[in-house]
Design a protein around this ligand. Structure first.
Ligand code: HEM
Ligand code: HEM
Length: 187
């Protein structure tokens, strides 16, 4: 089994925002299973009202996460979350995808493939938040609620895949969940 290694240094703000985003999204997915959404002649129930409020909180947190990703330094760069427009960054992602569970190279602290997948998760979550918000509150944008429903399975898939891969890394001895949970430690 590979030796435990430090994958990335993440700041207090990154870790706090990550867990707040994760909590709101897990709550939204859970609520969607039990709430009664508004229909043609009936309003949504009280669980839908919670979905609405937690959804607004998720939108604010996701916008904060994107802004923080632009402003911070020494952590995952924005281009690593969104490598699709940069040929050189895309090559790094493709090379890294072939060695997903291999140890990090010396002197490197970013995993291009993992970061690209994290970026996709952020894009899916942001699309869920904005399609829900605009589709519900802006009458002409109502068709966006269909987008909201259509991408919901992608949000589930990301959550399940992301958590599963995190635990697989953990089982292989690469401690990534602990450092993410130690909000106050700079590691
Ligand atoms: C990241 C935040 C959000 C997530 C992860 C999320 C997730 C979901 C999911 C999984 C569903 C069920 C889709 C289905 O029928 O299969 C749903 C439905 C719905 N959500 Fe959200 N949601 C979020 C934000 C919002 C916001 C901000 C609003 C606006 C108030 C909203 C309004 C709705 C409505 C109206 C429905 C019912 C759609 C319909 O049945 O036509 N959501 N949401
Ligand atoms: C749908 C909700 C979630 C989203 C959108 C999400 C998104 C992200 C993002 C964007 C990063 C990279 C952070 C950065 O480098 O700035 C990340 C890292 C991480 N997330 Fe999540 N996350 C979610 C839920 C979770 C949950 C429930 C867990 C619990 C196991 C988790 C565990 C981790 C870990 C361990 C890392 C560090 C990965 C590494 O070092 O390569 N995440 N997540």
């Amino acid at each position: 089994m590979p030796k435990a290694e430090k994958l990335e240094v993440r700041s207090f703000a990154t870790k706090l925002l990550h867990w707040l985003v994760a909590l709101t999204i897990i709550a939204q997915l859970g609520l969607s299973l039990v709430m009664q959404s508004p229909g043609r002649n009936r309003p949504g129930d009280s669980l839908f009202e919670i979905h609405e409020k937690v959804g607004i909180a998720a939108t604010i947190l996701l916008i904060s996460f994107w802004l923080w990703s632009i402003a911070r330094s020494g952590e995952t760069r924005l281009v690593a979350f969104f490598p699709w427009l940069s040929l050189s960054q895309f090559r790094l992602v493709a090379t890294d995808a072939r060695r997903i569970f291999a140890p990090l190279g010396k002197g490197r602290n970013e995993r291009p493939f993992a970061s690209a997948v994290h970026g996709l998760g952020l894009i899916i979550a942001t699309s869920m938040a904005l399609s829900g918000l605009l589709g519900y509150f802006v009458a002409p944008a109502k068709p966006l609620l269909e987008v909201h429903e259509t991408i919901a399975p992608l949000m589930w898939a990301y959550l399940v895949g992301h958590v599963a891969i995190s635990f697989i890394h953990e089982l292989r001895g690469e401690r990534i969940i602990g450092p993410m949970l130690s909000i106050f430690a700079k590691k």
